[in-house]
Design a protein around this ligand. Structure first.
Ligand code: GLN
Length: 448
């Protein structure tokens, strides 16, 4: 696997050759901005020295320690950006968490579960009632009937489901295909596994799958393909045609598919298609989802993986030794959430479409080139009309001079250059917040 230096730092270094010392020490960069990256690198996982506060070693800097499999990764971009939002009092359209609360009936169910004494370890693969609720929902969404006892595993968020799937089913050296831009945990988890990542880049304006490139990449050596639809950060939804091509390549070459479908209920422009529901695919697919996005409860960290028994075995074994079991009362509450009437999902979609319209129209009016987003609560734009040299410099400017946070996308590529013109905004915020962010940008962001 090609080694990539720590994400954000590496890209700035790459783009501003010869000034990496300045970036690290926080002096001005060649773009004229005080180093934004220096702020961010305070929690780098690189071997920077940090002072240790004890009597005897007060002034002795100790190098940070980390295993090789993680040394190239920095603090996640989402954490960095949310910290900067607080530091600069900027409106946070960066990290994807709603600034409004989840539904009362779900919160009440959690409180009730705690009061009812549902507070000790849950069964490792999930509270039976939740496994049932997940299977029921999957039947409704995909048409597939699964055995809640043998094919559903409850995890601590979809992030753990992904980690358990990779660790439980991928061997060191196995080839795994990702589509870039990709959610940051995929690469880090595959690095922990020691997998060999092959990356296919989805490019604007439509981020379509380059079919020929995919055909020439998939082979008998491919162990798995990871698909995220609706897709973070672009909002792309994989089309039926794309999924059919991927499916036939997987069947032909005996490849597994891991799907991250956490935004399936935020599908605005087309219907979500579950890869596992395509002919011949269930037996080779691990379908993953979670509570957080659909119920605006991202901090609860309840997720799940659905797979046939022969794949569930690996997932469950990894899960058993990663977290063993997931928060018991929150699992009980999640089973109530998943049985919400259809009207809940209709309202959720309606609310998000209104938010999306405010942000998308606003960003267009500000002067961005906005790429179409079919699902998720994200939208990607081209920032180059504003004359900044790359996505990191643009986000720095946006936070410090305009007071709005976005996410630079270069961190979601193996080759950061591919994302240098793109930044991601989220619209999972209340309408007032979205309007204020748009107003700030309209008033202060000037096209070059
Ligand atoms: N999924 C969220 C996003 O893309 C971030 C979650 C996290 O901070 N790890 O914004």
């Amino acid at each position: 696997m090609r080694l990539r230096p720590p994400a954000l730092l590496s890209f700035s270094n790459h783009l501003s050759k010869g000034i990496s010392g300045n970036i690290r020490s926080g002096r001005e960069t060649s773009s004229g901005f005080p180093s934004f990256v220096a702020d961010m690198s305070t929690v780098s996982t690189e071997k920077d020295a940090v002072p240790v506060r004890t009597e005897s070693t007060q002034k002795t800097p100790k190098p940070l320690q980390i295993a090789k499999r993680l040394e190239k990764f920095k603090t996640t971009i989402f954490t960095q950006m949310s910290n900067l939002a607080i530091k600069h009092g900027a409106i946070n359209l960066g990290q994807g968490f709603p600034n409004f609360d989840g539904p009362e009936f779900v919160k009440e169910a959690a409180i009730q579960a705690i009061k009812d004494g549902k507070n000790q370890y849950a069964r490792g693969y999930g509270v039976a009632d939740l496994n049932n609720a997940i299977a029921e929902r999957f039947k409704k969404d995909s048409g597939l009937l699964v055995d809640p006892e043998k094919e559903v595993t409850v995890t601590s968020g979809c992030t753990e489901a992904i980690a358990a799937t990779m660790l439980g089913l991928i061997n060191p050296g196995d080839e795994v295909i990702l589509f870039a831009p990709f959610y940051d945990s995929y690469e880090a988890t595959l690095s922990m596994v020691g997998a060999n990542i092959k990356c296919i880049t989805l490019r604007p304006p439509d981020f379509a799958v380059p079919i020929d490139e995919l055909r020439s990449t998939v082979s008998r050596n491919t162990r798995a393909i990871l698909i995220n639809t609706p897709h973070n950060p672009t909002g792309k939804m994989f089309t039926k045609e794309e999924l059919n091509v991927i499916a036939s390549l997987c069947i032909e070459n005996d490849v597994l598919v891991f799907t991250d479908e956490v935004y399936d209920k935020l599908a605005f422009e087309m219907d979500h298609i579950c890869m596992a529901s395509l002919p011949g695919m269930y037996e080779r697919t691990v379908s993953m989802n979670s509570l957080g996005k659909t119920f605006s409860l991202t901090g609860w960290k309840i997720g799940w993986a659905i797979a046939p028994p022969h794949l569930t075995w690996g997932v469950r074994q990894a899960h058993a030794f990663l977290t063993f079991a997931t928060s018991t009362p929150m699992q009980w509450a999640t089973s109530v959430a998943l049985r919400a009437p259809d009207s809940y999902y209709v309202e959720l979609k309606r609310d998000y479409m209104a938010k999306k319209a405010i942000l998308v129209e606003g960003l267009k009016a500000v002067g961005f080139k906005v790429f179409p987003s079919s699902g998720t609560y994200f939208v990607v734009v081209d920032h180059t009309p504003f004359g900044l040299e790359n996505d990191v410099a643009f986000c720095e400017y946006l936070i410090k001079e305009i007071g709005v946070v976005a996410i630079p996308t270069s961190v979601f590529y193996l080759n950061p250059e591919d994302g240098k013109n793109l930044v991601r905004f989220t619209f999972c915020k209340d309408e007032e917040t979205l309007k204020s962010a748009v107003e700030r940008m309209k008033a202060r962001l000037i096209k070059k």
